[in-house]
Design a protein around this ligand. Structure first.
Ligand SMILES: Cc1cc2nc3c(=O)[nH]c(=O)nc-3n(C[C@H](O)[C@H](O)[C@H](O)COP(=O)(O)OP(=O)(O)OC[C@H]3O[C@@H](n4cnc5c(N)ncnc54)[C@H](O)[C@@H]3O)c2cc1C
Length: 418
């Protein structure tokens, strides 16, 4: 039996990852009556729990770039590289790949870089606004993020460094000596590196997420642990959200289900080509003393972040959809890569698979639905959804409150896929 819950001046937010929680918090702060719905406990297992914890305001240069197409075959063949496929999913992903290839022109790459930079540049100030009201001591470090590489990877770095210079992103190129001074415990296999001094990292993304969630509840927000099955519309265009337990009628609704958002947007007649880049992590407990800041070894496309859980080793871009089981091989690859840099590492724990929500132009969808004026979207933040949580929340709340964001939001609109 379904119970019909009618709420006045209300917003329903579907998905309690970092996007949904930040949106909900920004909305309650503006006086909206917000119901946040998730099929799971917030931060239990979502991408917003298991990510590398980077706050990366510098990372505007997208994956869709002209030189990547040449590199893909060797990346796929490499036994230590970051790229992998689940072959049973390849036919389903062909339309996404074709759109991705189209977006690898220099012009499209620069378009994405420009509009990622627009929101990335505001990402940390937006978090600072939210962090004013919670105690984040010991949870966020401001020591920058370091990348390093061997001679083999120098060419592709030049392109990125030039674009970042054009965008005015602060970066410090590093000699091997300087890398060693910053992170003396890494095996000396590198020939060059870069430090992004303004980047930060989370020592425990789940704890930060839960602190923001608790603040949302404290400010009068409501949470329902239910699975959303459908979205339809009443005769006066109000979103009607049907869960496994109830019907909710809201004034406005927001879809923020990360990589799972397409299941709902398909129902409201939008053809948004959202798919997932699967990624993995493992922990080496008690070894966070080996690093002061997150590092990324570019040749092998993986990163290590010092966290409360130990060293979190994160990486892989696996195209395989939402339903395939995790790949043991990918976990082993991460473990071996971590041991290559730190031979003292022994047993790992907590093998985790997560889903980056990715669109083929590597811009998120943030804004109103094409077809329904009371429905809004915030998903598709790919590798940067943790960084972009607070700013996306701020933008969506301002749009719903009919305030001026002073931003050009058209590049994030879902209409670009029509
Ligand atoms: C391995 C890995 C490393 C990453 N590292 C970084 C990083 O260092 N920095 C960075 O900025 N980003 C990083 N990311 C990306 C970032 O984690 C994601 O972009 C971001 O977490 C997406 O947040 P979200 O709220 O959109 O989605 P999610 O965190 O996936 O949350 C979606 C929520 O929706 C819920 N949901 C889905 N469908 C339904 C339904 N039908 N009914 C009810 N609830 C539903 C889910 O239960 C979930 O809680 C990484 C991602 C991965 C996988």
């Amino acid at each position: 039996m379904y119970e019909d819950v009618q709420l006045k001046s209300s917003v329903g937010v579907i998905g309690a990852g970092i996007q949904g929680i930040c949106i909900s918090l920004c909305l309650v702060k503006k006086g909206f009556k917000v119901t946040l719905i998730d099929r799971d406990e917030p931060g239990k297992n979502s991408a917003s729990y298991g990510n590398a914890g980077h706050f990366s305001p510098y990372a505007a240069v997208p994956i869709n770039r002209p030189d990547i197409l040449v590199d893909i075959p060797s990346m796929l063949l490499s036994s230590t590289g970051p790229l992998a496929l689940k072959w049973n999913y390849v036919p389903k992903m062909i339309p996404w790949f074709l759109k991705f290839v189209k977006n690898c022109s220099r012009k499209n790459m620069m378009h994405t870089a420009k509009y990622m930079h627009q929101i990335l540049d505001l990402a940390l100030p937006a978090y600072d606004e939210l962090f004013k009201d919670i105690d984040i001591s010991g949870l966020v470090e401001s020591k920058g993020i370091m990348y390093f590489w061997t001679k083999k990877d120098l060419k592709s770095r030049e392109l990125e460094n030039n674009i970042r210079d054009q965008l005015g992103v602060k970066q410090q190129l590093l000699t091997p000596h300087e890398i060693h001074d910053l992170e003396p415990k890494i095996k000396k296999i590198y020939h060059g590196g870069v430090l992004y001094p303004n980047a930060r990292h989370a020592r425990n993304p789940r704890k930060i997420l839960l602190k923001l969630f608790d603040l949302f509840i404290k400010r009068g927000g409501r949470f329902e642990k239910q699975n959303v099955q459908t979205i339809s519309f009443s005769s006066d265009n109000k979103p009607v959200v049907k869960t496994d337990l109830k019907f909710y009628t809201f004034e406005k609704a927001v879809i923020a289900c990360g990589a799972f958002s397409k299941k709902l947007t398909d129902q409201v007649n939008e053809k948004i080509p959202l798919d997932t880049e699967r990624g993995y992590h493992v922990h080496f407990k008690g070894h966070d003393y080996l690093l002061s800041r997150p590092v990324i070894f570019l040749n092998r496309g993986f990163g290590i972040t010092p966290m409360e859980q130990g060293l979190r080793v994160v990486g892989t871009v696996e195209f395989g959809g939402l339903d395939n089981p995790p790949s043991k091989k990918r976990i082993l690859n991460l473990v071996n890569n971590a041991k290559y840099l730190f031979p003292e590492l022994r047993e790992h724990q907590d093998e985790w698979l997560g889903f980056r929500p990715s669109l083929p132009d590597f811009l998120p969808v943030i804004g109103p639905s094409k077809n329904h004026k009371n429905l809004f979207y915030s998903f598709g933040h790919h590798h940067l959804g943790w960084t972009l949580g607070a700013i996306s929340g701020k933008i969506i709340a301002e749009i719903i409150a009919k305030e001026n964001t002073n931003l050009d939001l058209s590049p994030y609109n879902s209409i670009r896929f029509s």
